[in-house]
Write a protein that binds this ligand. Structure first.
Ligand SMILES: [Ca+2]
Ligand SMILES: [Ca+2]
Length: 509
């Protein structure tokens, strides 16, 4: 007898072990397990501050908090739902759902459903979701509608979209598998494992009493069911005349993949990537070859035509006009210099003649001496003034030559900058235009003043040594030249400063 009891116990234990949940990847080493984070949620930090759940969408009475999704509160006639935004495409998968159904009454209602359907569900009469679904529904049916004393029940119903759930009879005659378990008001959350492997669906339950997280018991199994190839996951719940809190604390999704198939897919992916890389390299070589051939056939067009380098712009034209005007000024000053030298020679000859006349006059009488002395003083003053004027004009010519060089440098700098193009050139061009206008205005002023100087110089030549008013005229010209030199100094200083600034700015380009 003892041996018979032992055999019975061992047999029961073996059956229990066989029916207990074991991960499919452990049973079948050929399978590899992958966690699908976009098809899962769990606390803490389950929801964002705005109440949305990452990768999920919810509605109706559902409220997501930091550590759970309350699909319905314990208020009458509520419907709530939460659906994955992403679909799942896998032949083998496992859902691990931790939930809690609690209510004050000895009897609760209506219940909760876990879905894998072809489309995202909407609010409806089947535990808060729509009827005529295409896919799987796992129901936690709390309320015994048909009064058969078989609720709460965990029931499985696969629908192809044609069947309407028979709510009044708790889907009896429609459900393909079930187990009667009281899942309400447990001290711990209950857990469901819904496993779909090789078209067989198995449901395991942790009853929410055991502290052991792995203490799952077998609920039901249905073989040979056809679920959609791709579907969305969801949870819904409803309350009726009676009401329970329906809370989901975790929904974790794993998919299982055949290692050999994955390796082949990976190999195919690698092969495809290699093929694309080879195509790209081939195309690149072909492009280089075509470029080389084109350059060989069209040597004149190897570099693009720079229209700006060929055609004179308005800017260049103004610059050229200023340079030409400046060159004319330099030539005029040279002519003035020569005329002044000529004048100086004539005055020196005149002074020599006067001295000779003075010597002969002294011989004639002493009465003429005061007049002659005055004339000699005047003549010396004129000679000194003219000598100063000549030196001033020479330095004036030198200054203008320097100025021309500075302007040439400025132009060459602009020509260097021009190929850079862009907005900076436009900005510099505006600044340079201002400088050019200033230079042009100054040169025009110098030109007119030089003409005045030439006229005055002619009057200077006419100055009679006997006229004492000449003094003021000669001194006025000298002052005038000094003023011009000061102006030129300011302009050259400004141009030098600007050229340096441009050189510094080019260093940072
Ligand atoms: Ca029911
Ligand atoms: Ca029932």
């Amino acid at each position: 007898m003892m041996r018979f009891h032992q055999i019975i116990l061992i047999t029961c234990f073996s059956i229990k072990l066989l029916l207990a949940f074991t991960d499919p990847s452990v049973i079948n080493p050929q399978l590899t397990k992958r966690f699908e984070y976009k098809l899962s949620f769990k606390g803490p930090h389950l929801a964002f501050k705005d109440g949305t759940v990452p990768f999920w969408t919810h509605g109706g009475s559902t409220i997501a908090s930091d550590d759970q999704v309350r699909v319905t509160p314990s208020i009458r006639s509520q419907n709530g739902w939460i659906w994955s935004k992403n679909s799942m495409t896998a032949d083998n998968w496992l859902l691990d759902v931790k939930l809690r159904v609690t209510g004050r009454g000895r009897v609760g209602a209506d219940g909760m459903a876990i879905w894998f359907t072809e489309k995202q569900g909407v609010e409806g009469p089947v535990f808060g979701a729509n009827d005529h679904w295409n896919g799987l529904g796992v129901f936690l049916d709390s309320f015994d509608n048909d009064a058969l004393q078989n609720n709460p029940i965990i029931a499985v119903m696969v629908n192809d979209g044609t069947k309407s759930y028979d709510h009044q009879h708790d889907g009896s005659g429609q459900i393909q598998g079930s187990c009667i378990r009281d899942f309400r008001n447990k001290p711990l959350p209950i857990r469901l494992k819904i496993e779909y492997i090789n078209k067989g669906l198995t449901i395991y339950l942790n009853n929410g009493i055991s502290q052991d997280d792995n203490a799952f018991e077998f609920c039901t199994r249905i073989d040979g069911i056809q679920l959609p190839k791709t579907g969305y996951l969801g949870v819904s719940a409803a309350t009726g005349g009676l009401a329970d809190d329906h809370d989901v604390l975790e929904l974790l999704t794993h998919t299982y993949w055949d290692k050999q198939v994955m390796a082949e897919n990976q190999g195919a992916t690698d092969e495809q990537a290699k093929k694309y890389q080879e195509e790209y390299e081939k195309y690149e070589q072909e492009l280089k070859k075509q470029q080389a051939e084109y350059q060989k056939d069209h040597p004149d067009q190897t570099t693009p035509i720079n229209e700006q380098a060929i055609y004179e712009s308005e800017y260049d034209r103004e610059f050229r006009t200023i340079l030409e005007g400046q060159d004319q000024i330099r030539l005029s000053l040279g002519a003035i210099d020569r005329k002044m030298a000529e004048l100086l020679g004539r005055v020196e000859r005149l002074a020599l003649t006067s001295n000779q006349q003075q010597i002969s006059g002294q011989a004639q009488g002493a009465s003429a001496i005061p007049t002659d002395i005055a004339r000699i003083q005047d003549i010396n003053r004129v000679i000194n003034s003219n000598s100063d004027m000549t030196r001033t004009i020479q330095s004036f010519a030198q200054v203008l030559t320097d100025m021309q060089q500075k302007v040439n440098n400025l132009q060459s700098n602009i020509n260097i900058q021009r190929p850079m193009g862009g907005a900076q050139q436009i900005a510099n061009s505006n600044v340079d235009n201002t400088v050019l206008n200033e230079v042009r205005e100054t040169v025009r002023m110098i030109k007119s003043e030089t003409n005045t100087l030439i006229q005055k110089s002619s009057q200077e030549i006419k100055c009679s040594p006997s006229t004492t008013k000449t003094d003021s005229s000669c001194v006025g010209s000298f002052t005038f030249f000094l003023a011009i030199i000061v102006q030129l100094g300011i302009i050259i200083g400004y141009l030098t400063f600007k050229t340096r600034q441009e050189q510094i700015s080019r260093k940072y380009l």
